[in-house]
Write a protein that binds this ligand. Structure first.
Ligand SMILES: [Zn+2]
Ligand SMILES: [Zn+2]
Length: 352
């Protein structure tokens, strides 16, 4: 009898705990839905340029860093520069206003910069409510990349139209339309609603066309390096900008990884590690370019190898901090960099 009572008590306690857990979980969910769903978090941001770092990583797999991606809200319009793997999901979590997306831009056609393009076009269509295809600006070949993604998503397109109806899944809003940029014919890539986006070619050979972009709005400016070696042209292009996002690869660390791969008999991996430093910039070189440009802040992204903890980040930077007088930061997914038009400040926030 006593034993039955004890067992009954334990079961009752378990049930109470389980019930409360469910109730507590439901409470948390209710609050999250109320505060986040359907709300435009970007409406609270001041007028200006806001850069969402949606992907600070590289082709090397990393649980914390999506592939290269920087989304920019400038005034009323938003743009996405590169769409690395996993980046578009991060954008959703950061409260990026997909319905304000006016265009996508590609820096170059290496796969790590575009393998999230299918997700970007899908979100622009369904979450962004588009009824025309998303314009995607990029180098020659962008049309081939878009056509491939659209073919891969063609079956999904039919399913969504059939399920939600053409009033919601507007058939004309599916996919993207390529806009080929040729920086030798002038550097203005976009101009509307007070936003000017400029483009120049940078050096990422043997990649034929690799571009850097400069976004200007309300007297503020930010520059995105894309993938490039150390570039004096980029420094000149970035003159007077407030912030520069620059790719960074630490050659000594990549060399160490190569040596370790070779020691384990992975000659192909060692060869790749030996090849990649020659078409990227080191943290020190990025710092020199930012210093020459006179920007207020430098955010390193496309980090190779990605430092897993802050201490390794210090080692990754090497002497870069001595070469740049402004605010130097290692980028991380979720970083928001704001340039309000009401002042000169460069403001940082973390949205993830
Ligand atoms: Zn590249
Ligand atoms: Zn890359």
């Amino acid at each position: 009898m006593k034993r039955a009572l004890v067992i009954g008590g334990v079961i009752l306690l378990g049930a109470v705990f389980w019930f409360n857990q469910q109730a507590a979980g439901q409470f948390v969910f209710d609050r999250a839905v109320k505060s986040a769903v359907g709300r435009d978090a970007s409406a609270e941001l001041p007028d200006g340029i806001h850069a969402y770092l949606c992907g600070s990583g590289s082709p090397l797999p990393d649980a914390d860093r999506a592939g290269p991606c920087i989304a920019v809200l400038a005034g009323k319009d938003a743009f996405v520069f590169d769409a690395g793997s996993g980046a578009i999901r991060k954008l959703g979590r950061m409260g990026f206003p997909m319905e304000k997306l006016a265009a996508g831009f590609l820096t170059h056609l290496h796969s790590d910069h575009l393998d999230g393009l299918g997700e970007l076009m899908l979100q622009a269509w369904m979450a962004g409510g588009r009824d025309t295809p998303l314009p995607v600006y990029g180098p020659p070949g962008t049309e081939q990349v878009l056509a491939g993604f659209m073919q891969a998503y063609a079956i999904d397109r039919e399913y969504r139209i059939a399920h939600h109806g053409p009033a919601v899944a507007r058939p004309g809003g599916f996919g993207g339309v390529a806009r080929i940029l040729d920086p030798s014919k002038g550097n203005i890539a976009w101009q509307a609603n007070g936003v000017t986006i400029r483009v120049i070619a940078v050096d990422h050979r043997p990649v034929d066309h690799s571009y850097a972009y400069r976004i200007e709005y309300g007297g503020r400016a930010l520059v995105i390096s894309g993938d490039t070696k150390r570039s004096d042209e980029l420094a000149a292009f970035a003159k007077g900008a407030d912030v520069m996002f620059h790719e960074a690869l630490n050659p000594a660390m990549v060399g160490q990884i190569g040596s370790a791969l070779a020691a384990h008999g992975n000659a192909d991996g060692a060869k790749i590690m030996a090849d990649i430093p020659d078409y990227h910039a080191s943290p020190e070189e990025a710092a020199e370019v930012a210093q020459a440009a006179g920007v207020k802040a430098l955010v390193l992204y496309h980090l190779v190898p990605a430092p897993p903890i802050a201490l390794v980040g210090k080692a990754f930077l090497g002497k870069a901090e001595d070469q740049f007088e402004g605010d130097l930061r290692l980028g991380n997914d979720g970083m928001l960099v704001s340039l309000p038009t009401r002042g000169e400040a460069v403001e940082f926030d973390d949205l993830l």
